[in-house]
Design a protein around this ligand. Structure first.
Ligand SMILES: Cc1cc2nc3c(=O)[nH]c(=O)nc-3n(C[C@H](O)[C@H](O)[C@H](O)COP(=O)(O)OP(=O)(O)OC[C@H]3O[C@@H](n4cnc5c(N)ncnc54)[C@H](O)[C@@H]3O)c2cc1C
Length: 393
Protein backbone atom coordinates (compact mmCIF):
# COMPACT_ATOMS: atom_id res chain seq x y z
CA UNK A 1 0.00 0.00 0.00
CA UNK A 2 1.30 3.45 -0.94
CA UNK A 3 0.38 5.93 1.76
CA UNK A 4 1.65 9.00 -0.09
CA UNK A 5 -0.85 10.80 -2.30
CA UNK A 6 0.12 10.93 -5.97
CA UNK A 7 0.09 14.15 -8.05
CA UNK A 8 -3.51 13.74 -9.19
CA UNK A 9 -4.67 13.13 -5.61
CA UNK A 10 -2.74 16.17 -4.35
CA UNK A 11 -4.32 18.28 -7.10
CA UNK A 12 -7.75 16.97 -6.06
CA UNK A 13 -6.98 17.84 -2.43
CA UNK A 14 -6.09 21.40 -3.46
CA UNK A 15 -9.29 21.68 -5.46
CA UNK A 16 -11.36 20.58 -2.45
CA UNK A 17 -9.46 22.98 -0.17
CA UNK A 18 -10.02 25.85 -2.59
CA UNK A 19 -13.73 25.08 -2.86
CA UNK A 20 -14.15 24.90 0.91
CA UNK A 21 -12.23 28.14 1.44
CA UNK A 22 -14.52 29.93 -1.01
CA UNK A 23 -17.88 28.38 -0.23
CA UNK A 24 -18.02 27.29 3.41
CA UNK A 25 -19.63 30.15 5.37
CA UNK A 26 -17.35 31.29 8.23
CA UNK A 27 -20.33 31.37 10.62
CA UNK A 28 -20.97 27.67 10.00
CA UNK A 29 -17.30 26.68 10.33
CA UNK A 30 -17.04 28.66 13.56
CA UNK A 31 -20.00 26.79 15.05
CA UNK A 32 -18.72 23.38 13.91
CA UNK A 33 -15.22 24.04 15.24
CA UNK A 34 -16.64 25.05 18.61
CA UNK A 35 -19.05 22.09 18.87
CA UNK A 36 -22.14 24.24 18.61
CA UNK A 37 -25.32 23.10 16.90
CA UNK A 38 -26.32 24.31 13.47
CA UNK A 39 -29.81 25.56 12.71
CA UNK A 40 -31.96 23.64 10.23
CA UNK A 41 -31.38 26.39 7.64
CA UNK A 42 -27.59 26.24 8.03
CA UNK A 43 -27.61 22.48 7.57
CA UNK A 44 -29.83 22.70 4.49
CA UNK A 45 -27.69 25.52 3.07
CA UNK A 46 -24.47 23.48 3.20
CA UNK A 47 -26.13 20.42 1.65
CA UNK A 48 -27.48 22.58 -1.19
CA UNK A 49 -24.05 24.14 -1.82
CA UNK A 50 -22.53 20.66 -2.19
CA UNK A 51 -25.53 19.42 -4.20
CA UNK A 52 -25.11 22.24 -6.72
CA UNK A 53 -21.41 21.48 -7.04
CA UNK A 54 -22.19 17.79 -7.62
CA UNK A 55 -20.26 16.73 -4.50
CA UNK A 56 -23.10 15.78 -2.18
CA UNK A 57 -23.87 12.21 -3.18
CA UNK A 58 -20.34 10.85 -2.86
CA UNK A 59 -21.35 7.20 -2.87
CA UNK A 60 -23.87 7.31 -5.75
CA UNK A 61 -23.20 6.10 -9.28
CA UNK A 62 -22.62 9.02 -11.69
CA UNK A 63 -25.81 8.25 -13.65
CA UNK A 64 -27.84 9.37 -10.61
CA UNK A 65 -25.70 12.42 -9.80
CA UNK A 66 -22.67 10.99 -7.95
CA UNK A 67 -19.27 12.65 -8.58
CA UNK A 68 -17.59 9.39 -9.66
CA UNK A 69 -14.88 9.65 -7.00
CA UNK A 70 -12.50 6.85 -6.11
CA UNK A 71 -12.38 5.65 -2.47
CA UNK A 72 -9.22 7.78 -1.97
CA UNK A 73 -10.95 10.89 -3.31
CA UNK A 74 -13.87 10.31 -0.93
CA UNK A 75 -11.38 9.96 1.89
CA UNK A 76 -9.61 13.19 0.92
CA UNK A 77 -12.93 15.05 0.71
CA UNK A 78 -13.95 13.87 4.19
CA UNK A 79 -10.56 14.79 5.68
CA UNK A 80 -10.50 18.25 4.14
CA UNK A 81 -14.13 18.93 5.08
CA UNK A 82 -13.47 18.06 8.72
CA UNK A 83 -10.26 20.12 8.79
CA UNK A 84 -12.10 23.16 7.37
CA UNK A 85 -14.95 22.88 9.89
CA UNK A 86 -17.58 21.81 7.35
CA UNK A 87 -20.65 20.15 8.87
CA UNK A 88 -20.83 16.37 8.80
CA UNK A 89 -23.32 15.38 6.10
CA UNK A 90 -26.68 14.01 7.16
CA UNK A 91 -26.45 10.33 6.31
CA UNK A 92 -30.10 9.26 6.35
CA UNK A 93 -31.11 10.38 2.85
CA UNK A 94 -28.05 10.40 0.61
CA UNK A 95 -26.00 7.66 2.30
CA UNK A 96 -28.64 5.29 3.67
CA UNK A 97 -32.00 5.21 1.92
CA UNK A 98 -30.65 6.36 -1.47
CA UNK A 99 -28.51 3.24 -2.11
CA UNK A 100 -31.56 1.09 -1.20
CA UNK A 101 -33.80 3.02 -3.61
CA UNK A 102 -31.12 2.83 -6.32
CA UNK A 103 -30.74 -0.93 -5.94
CA UNK A 104 -34.25 -2.07 -5.04
CA UNK A 105 -36.63 0.87 -5.63
CA UNK A 106 -39.11 1.36 -8.46
CA UNK A 107 -38.32 3.70 -11.36
CA UNK A 108 -40.94 6.14 -10.02
CA UNK A 109 -39.23 6.17 -6.59
CA UNK A 110 -35.83 6.83 -8.21
CA UNK A 111 -37.19 9.60 -10.42
CA UNK A 112 -38.97 11.34 -7.58
CA UNK A 113 -36.80 10.96 -4.47
CA UNK A 114 -33.20 11.00 -5.73
CA UNK A 115 -33.24 14.50 -7.31
CA UNK A 116 -34.97 15.86 -4.20
CA UNK A 117 -32.10 14.55 -2.06
CA UNK A 118 -29.57 16.45 -4.16
CA UNK A 119 -31.48 19.69 -3.62
CA UNK A 120 -32.27 18.80 0.01
CA UNK A 121 -35.99 19.25 -0.60
CA UNK A 122 -36.61 16.28 1.68
CA UNK A 123 -35.04 15.81 5.08
CA UNK A 124 -34.98 12.08 5.79
CA UNK A 125 -35.05 10.26 9.13
CA UNK A 126 -34.26 6.63 9.92
CA UNK A 127 -37.07 4.59 11.47
CA UNK A 128 -35.38 1.33 12.40
CA UNK A 129 -35.15 1.18 16.21
CA UNK A 130 -38.10 0.64 18.49
CA UNK A 131 -38.36 0.17 22.24
CA UNK A 132 -37.28 -3.49 22.51
CA UNK A 133 -35.77 -3.60 19.01
CA UNK A 134 -32.32 -2.02 18.88
CA UNK A 135 -29.43 -4.46 18.64
CA UNK A 136 -32.06 -7.15 18.16
CA UNK A 137 -33.62 -5.21 15.29
CA UNK A 138 -35.64 -8.12 13.89
CA UNK A 139 -37.83 -8.03 17.01
CA UNK A 140 -39.54 -4.90 15.69
CA UNK A 141 -43.31 -4.68 16.18
CA UNK A 142 -44.56 -1.69 14.19
CA UNK A 143 -47.41 -3.07 12.03
CA UNK A 144 -48.52 -2.27 8.50
CA UNK A 145 -51.78 -3.87 7.39
CA UNK A 146 -52.71 -3.76 3.74
CA UNK A 147 -56.09 -2.28 2.87
CA UNK A 148 -56.49 -1.98 -0.91
CA UNK A 149 -53.85 0.39 -2.27
CA UNK A 150 -52.76 1.57 1.20
CA UNK A 151 -51.07 0.21 4.29
CA UNK A 152 -52.45 1.24 7.68
CA UNK A 153 -49.46 1.73 9.94
CA UNK A 154 -49.48 1.54 13.74
CA UNK A 155 -46.64 1.52 16.25
CA UNK A 156 -43.62 3.41 17.49
CA UNK A 157 -40.06 4.18 16.48
CA UNK A 158 -37.47 5.56 18.86
CA UNK A 159 -34.09 7.34 18.88
CA UNK A 160 -35.07 9.06 15.63
CA UNK A 161 -32.16 11.44 15.05
CA UNK A 162 -33.24 14.98 14.04
CA UNK A 163 -36.74 13.65 13.33
CA UNK A 164 -38.06 17.05 14.42
CA UNK A 165 -36.68 18.50 11.16
CA UNK A 166 -37.60 15.60 8.90
CA UNK A 167 -40.50 15.40 6.46
CA UNK A 168 -39.73 11.82 5.30
CA UNK A 169 -38.86 8.69 7.26
CA UNK A 170 -37.93 5.22 6.03
CA UNK A 171 -39.33 2.53 8.30
CA UNK A 172 -39.12 -1.17 8.83
CA UNK A 173 -42.60 -2.49 9.50
CA UNK A 174 -44.10 -5.90 10.14
CA UNK A 175 -46.40 -6.93 7.31
CA UNK A 176 -46.70 -10.63 8.21
CA UNK A 177 -46.87 -11.24 11.97
CA UNK A 178 -47.35 -14.99 11.35
CA UNK A 179 -44.03 -15.42 9.48
CA UNK A 180 -41.99 -18.44 10.63
CA UNK A 181 -38.85 -16.41 11.45
CA UNK A 182 -38.76 -12.89 12.89
CA UNK A 183 -36.54 -11.70 9.99
CA UNK A 184 -39.31 -12.67 7.60
CA UNK A 185 -42.55 -10.71 7.24
CA UNK A 186 -40.84 -7.28 7.43
CA UNK A 187 -41.33 -4.60 4.74
CA UNK A 188 -39.51 -1.33 3.99
CA UNK A 189 -41.77 1.75 3.73
CA UNK A 190 -41.15 5.39 2.83
CA UNK A 191 -43.48 7.47 4.99
CA UNK A 192 -44.40 11.15 4.70
CA UNK A 193 -44.05 12.50 8.23
CA UNK A 194 -46.72 15.10 7.57
CA UNK A 195 -49.34 12.34 7.17
CA UNK A 196 -52.22 12.46 9.68
CA UNK A 197 -51.49 10.23 12.68
CA UNK A 198 -47.70 10.83 12.89
CA UNK A 199 -46.54 12.40 16.17
CA UNK A 200 -42.93 13.35 16.97
CA UNK A 201 -41.93 13.78 20.61
CA UNK A 202 -38.50 14.95 21.75
CA UNK A 203 -36.16 12.78 23.84
CA UNK A 204 -33.75 15.11 25.63
CA UNK A 205 -30.29 13.61 25.91
CA UNK A 206 -27.69 13.82 28.69
CA UNK A 207 -26.24 17.02 27.24
CA UNK A 208 -29.64 18.73 27.55
CA UNK A 209 -30.13 18.82 23.77
CA UNK A 210 -32.98 17.86 21.48
CA UNK A 211 -31.27 15.58 18.99
CA UNK A 212 -33.38 12.41 19.11
CA UNK A 213 -37.09 11.70 19.17
CA UNK A 214 -39.81 9.15 19.59
CA UNK A 215 -42.15 8.88 16.61
CA UNK A 216 -45.65 7.48 17.00
CA UNK A 217 -47.82 6.16 14.16
CA UNK A 218 -51.56 5.99 14.75
CA UNK A 219 -53.52 4.56 11.81
CA UNK A 220 -51.24 6.29 9.32
CA UNK A 221 -52.19 5.68 5.67
CA UNK A 222 -49.21 4.92 3.46
CA UNK A 223 -49.70 4.29 -0.29
CA UNK A 224 -48.54 0.83 -1.39
CA UNK A 225 -46.31 2.48 -4.02
CA UNK A 226 -44.21 3.80 -1.09
CA UNK A 227 -43.01 0.28 -0.31
CA UNK A 228 -39.47 -0.38 -1.53
CA UNK A 229 -39.09 -3.77 -3.22
CA UNK A 230 -41.25 -6.76 -2.40
CA UNK A 231 -43.61 -7.15 0.52
CA UNK A 232 -42.12 -9.19 3.42
CA UNK A 233 -38.59 -9.01 1.95
CA UNK A 234 -37.62 -5.83 3.80
CA UNK A 235 -34.94 -7.50 5.93
CA UNK A 236 -32.74 -7.95 2.86
CA UNK A 237 -32.98 -4.23 2.05
CA UNK A 238 -32.53 -3.30 5.71
CA UNK A 239 -29.25 -5.24 5.91
CA UNK A 240 -28.03 -3.73 2.64
CA UNK A 241 -28.61 -0.28 4.11
CA UNK A 242 -26.65 -1.13 7.27
CA UNK A 243 -23.51 -1.82 5.23
CA UNK A 244 -23.69 1.83 4.14
CA UNK A 245 -24.45 3.05 7.69
CA UNK A 246 -21.06 1.81 8.85
CA UNK A 247 -19.12 3.37 5.99
CA UNK A 248 -17.02 6.26 7.23
CA UNK A 249 -18.14 5.70 10.83
CA UNK A 250 -14.50 5.78 12.09
CA UNK A 251 -14.64 9.58 11.69
CA UNK A 252 -10.85 9.95 11.41
CA UNK A 253 -11.05 13.45 9.90
CA UNK A 254 -13.33 14.64 12.68
CA UNK A 255 -11.09 13.16 15.38
CA UNK A 256 -8.05 14.81 13.81
CA UNK A 257 -9.81 18.18 13.81
CA UNK A 258 -10.91 17.66 17.44
CA UNK A 259 -7.37 16.72 18.48
CA UNK A 260 -5.92 19.76 16.70
CA UNK A 261 -8.44 21.95 18.58
CA UNK A 262 -7.45 20.37 21.89
CA UNK A 263 -3.77 20.88 21.12
CA UNK A 264 -4.31 24.57 20.39
CA UNK A 265 -6.05 24.97 23.74
CA UNK A 266 -3.26 23.02 25.46
CA UNK A 267 -0.66 25.38 24.04
CA UNK A 268 -2.55 28.55 24.88
CA UNK A 269 -4.44 27.86 28.09
CA UNK A 270 -2.64 28.24 31.43
CA UNK A 271 -3.54 26.86 34.83
CA UNK A 272 -1.73 28.67 37.65
CA UNK A 273 0.63 30.13 35.07
CA UNK A 274 1.55 26.81 33.47
CA UNK A 275 0.43 25.86 29.98
CA UNK A 276 -1.50 22.56 29.84
CA UNK A 277 0.96 21.07 27.38
CA UNK A 278 3.77 21.58 29.95
CA UNK A 279 1.99 19.34 32.45
CA UNK A 280 3.51 15.86 32.04
CA UNK A 281 0.35 13.89 32.89
CA UNK A 282 -1.68 15.85 30.32
CA UNK A 283 1.03 15.72 27.64
CA UNK A 284 1.34 11.92 28.12
CA UNK A 285 -2.41 11.37 27.65
CA UNK A 286 -2.42 13.62 24.59
CA UNK A 287 0.49 11.71 23.04
CA UNK A 288 -1.14 8.33 23.76
CA UNK A 289 -4.37 9.43 22.08
CA UNK A 290 -2.51 10.86 19.10
CA UNK A 291 -0.65 7.57 18.59
CA UNK A 292 -3.93 5.64 18.82
CA UNK A 293 -5.51 7.99 16.29
CA UNK A 294 -2.58 7.48 13.92
CA UNK A 295 -3.16 3.72 14.18
CA UNK A 296 -6.86 4.19 13.37
CA UNK A 297 -5.91 6.40 10.43
CA UNK A 298 -3.48 3.80 9.13
CA UNK A 299 -6.13 1.05 9.40
CA UNK A 300 -8.62 3.34 7.68
CA UNK A 301 -6.16 4.02 4.85
CA UNK A 302 -5.55 0.28 4.49
CA UNK A 303 -9.30 -0.26 4.08
CA UNK A 304 -9.51 2.67 1.63
CA UNK A 305 -6.55 1.29 -0.37
CA UNK A 306 -8.17 -2.19 -0.41
CA UNK A 307 -11.44 -0.64 -1.62
CA UNK A 308 -9.50 1.24 -4.32
CA UNK A 309 -8.13 -2.10 -5.49
CA UNK A 310 -11.67 -3.52 -5.69
CA UNK A 311 -11.91 -5.13 -2.25
CA UNK A 312 -15.03 -4.87 -0.10
CA UNK A 313 -14.51 -3.91 3.55
CA UNK A 314 -15.88 -6.67 5.74
CA UNK A 315 -15.11 -7.16 9.40
CA UNK A 316 -12.53 -4.33 9.14
CA UNK A 317 -15.40 -1.86 9.31
CA UNK A 318 -16.24 -3.30 12.75
CA UNK A 319 -12.63 -2.69 13.86
CA UNK A 320 -12.80 0.85 12.57
CA UNK A 321 -16.12 1.52 14.26
CA UNK A 322 -14.74 0.44 17.65
CA UNK A 323 -11.33 2.08 17.40
CA UNK A 324 -12.57 5.27 15.74
CA UNK A 325 -15.38 5.91 18.21
CA UNK A 326 -13.25 5.06 21.25
CA UNK A 327 -10.52 7.48 20.24
CA UNK A 328 -13.07 10.25 19.59
CA UNK A 329 -14.54 9.65 23.05
CA UNK A 330 -11.06 9.78 24.61
CA UNK A 331 -10.41 13.17 22.99
CA UNK A 332 -13.63 14.61 24.39
CA UNK A 333 -12.80 13.08 27.78
CA UNK A 334 -9.38 14.74 27.86
CA UNK A 335 -10.89 18.04 26.73
CA UNK A 336 -13.37 17.87 29.62
CA UNK A 337 -10.57 17.10 32.09
CA UNK A 338 -8.35 19.82 30.64
CA UNK A 339 -10.80 22.61 31.37
CA UNK A 340 -11.72 21.14 34.75
CA UNK A 341 -14.56 22.92 36.57
CA UNK A 342 -15.16 25.27 33.62
CA UNK A 343 -16.49 22.28 31.65
CA UNK A 344 -19.84 22.94 33.34
CA UNK A 345 -19.73 26.71 33.54
CA UNK A 346 -21.34 28.70 36.29
CA UNK A 347 -23.67 31.28 34.70
CA UNK A 348 -23.69 34.55 36.65
CA UNK A 349 -26.65 36.90 37.11
CA UNK A 350 -25.92 38.70 33.84
CA UNK A 351 -26.10 35.38 31.97
CA UNK A 352 -22.39 35.48 31.24
CA UNK A 353 -20.67 32.11 31.71
CA UNK A 354 -17.69 32.14 34.06
CA UNK A 355 -14.61 30.65 32.40
CA UNK A 356 -12.98 30.73 28.99
CA UNK A 357 -15.22 30.71 25.90
CA UNK A 358 -14.07 27.34 24.64
CA UNK A 359 -14.70 25.53 27.95
CA UNK A 360 -18.48 25.54 28.29
CA UNK A 361 -19.04 23.01 25.49
CA UNK A 362 -16.60 20.46 26.95
CA UNK A 363 -18.99 18.59 29.27
CA UNK A 364 -22.05 18.61 26.94
CA UNK A 365 -19.82 17.36 24.12
CA UNK A 366 -18.41 14.62 26.34
CA UNK A 367 -21.93 13.53 27.34
CA UNK A 368 -23.24 13.71 23.79
CA UNK A 369 -20.44 11.59 22.37
CA UNK A 370 -21.32 8.65 24.63
CA UNK A 371 -23.68 7.90 21.73
CA UNK A 372 -20.84 7.02 19.37
CA UNK A 373 -20.25 3.59 20.85
CA UNK A 374 -24.00 2.84 20.84
CA UNK A 375 -25.42 3.85 17.48
CA UNK A 376 -24.59 2.40 14.08
CA UNK A 377 -24.39 -1.02 15.76
CA UNK A 378 -23.07 -0.86 19.35
CA UNK A 379 -19.40 -1.61 19.96
CA UNK A 380 -20.29 -4.79 21.87
CA UNK A 381 -22.12 -6.06 18.78
CA UNK A 382 -19.09 -5.12 16.62
CA UNK A 383 -16.92 -7.22 18.96
CA UNK A 384 -19.30 -10.16 18.43
CA UNK A 385 -18.86 -9.73 14.66
CA UNK A 386 -15.06 -9.65 15.00
CA UNK A 387 -15.07 -12.73 17.23
CA UNK A 388 -17.05 -14.68 14.64
CA UNK A 389 -15.74 -13.29 11.34
CA UNK A 390 -12.04 -12.78 12.16
CA UNK A 391 -11.27 -14.96 15.17
CA UNK A 392 -13.63 -17.78 14.16
CA UNK A 393 -14.91 -18.17 17.75
C1 LIG B 1 -27.95 9.21 19.90
C2 LIG B 1 -28.58 8.05 19.18
C3 LIG B 1 -29.14 8.25 17.93
C4 LIG B 1 -29.76 7.20 17.25
N1 LIG B 1 -30.38 7.46 16.05
C5 LIG B 1 -31.15 6.50 15.48
C6 LIG B 1 -31.95 6.79 14.33
O1 LIG B 1 -31.94 7.91 13.81
N2 LIG B 1 -32.74 5.82 13.83
C7 LIG B 1 -32.77 4.56 14.36
O2 LIG B 1 -33.49 3.71 13.84
N3 LIG B 1 -32.02 4.25 15.46
C8 LIG B 1 -31.23 5.19 16.02
N4 LIG B 1 -30.49 4.91 17.16
C9 LIG B 1 -30.64 3.59 17.77
C10 LIG B 1 -29.41 2.75 17.78
O3 LIG B 1 -29.19 2.14 16.55
C11 LIG B 1 -29.62 1.75 18.94
O4 LIG B 1 -29.48 2.49 20.14
C12 LIG B 1 -28.66 0.60 18.92
O5 LIG B 1 -28.98 -0.26 17.86
C13 LIG B 1 -28.65 -0.16 20.24
O6 LIG B 1 -29.94 -0.60 20.56
P1 LIG B 1 -30.61 -0.32 22.00
O7 LIG B 1 -30.43 1.14 22.31
O8 LIG B 1 -32.01 -0.86 21.94
O9 LIG B 1 -29.77 -1.13 23.05
P2 LIG B 1 -29.84 -2.70 23.36
O10 LIG B 1 -29.86 -3.47 22.10
O11 LIG B 1 -30.92 -2.92 24.36
O12 LIG B 1 -28.43 -2.91 24.03
C14 LIG B 1 -28.11 -2.49 25.37
C15 LIG B 1 -26.67 -2.90 25.65
O13 LIG B 1 -26.54 -4.33 25.57
C16 LIG B 1 -25.55 -4.67 24.60
N5 LIG B 1 -25.96 -5.88 23.87
C17 LIG B 1 -27.17 -6.10 23.28
N6 LIG B 1 -27.17 -7.31 22.68
C18 LIG B 1 -25.94 -7.85 22.88
C19 LIG B 1 -25.31 -9.07 22.47
N7 LIG B 1 -25.97 -9.99 21.75
N8 LIG B 1 -24.01 -9.28 22.86
C20 LIG B 1 -23.34 -8.37 23.61
N9 LIG B 1 -23.89 -7.19 24.01
C21 LIG B 1 -25.16 -6.94 23.65
C22 LIG B 1 -25.47 -3.48 23.67
O14 LIG B 1 -24.25 -3.42 22.99
C23 LIG B 1 -25.67 -2.32 24.63
O15 LIG B 1 -24.47 -1.99 25.29
C24 LIG B 1 -29.81 5.92 17.84
C25 LIG B 1 -29.23 5.71 19.10
C26 LIG B 1 -28.62 6.75 19.76
C27 LIG B 1 -28.02 6.50 21.13
Amino acid sequence: MDIEYNDAERAFRDEVRGFLAENLPATIAEKVNNYRRLSRDETVHWHRVLGEKGWLAMHWPTEYGGPGWSPIQKHIFEEESAAAGAPRLLPFGINMVAPVIIKFGSQAQKDYYLPRMLTMDDWWAQGYSEPGAGSDLASLKMRAERQGDHYIVNGQKTWTTLGQHANMIFCLVRTDPQAAKKQEGISFLLIDMNSPGVTVRPLITLDGEHEVNEVFFDNVEVPVENRVGEENKGWTYAKYLLTFERTGIAGVGISKAALAHLKTIAHEYRIRGQRLIEQPAFADRLAEIEIELMAVEMTNLRVVAAAEAGGVPGAESSFLKIMGTEVRQKISDLYREAVGPYALPFIDEDDAPVGPDFAGVAAPTYFNLRKLSIFGGSNEIQKNIISKAILGL
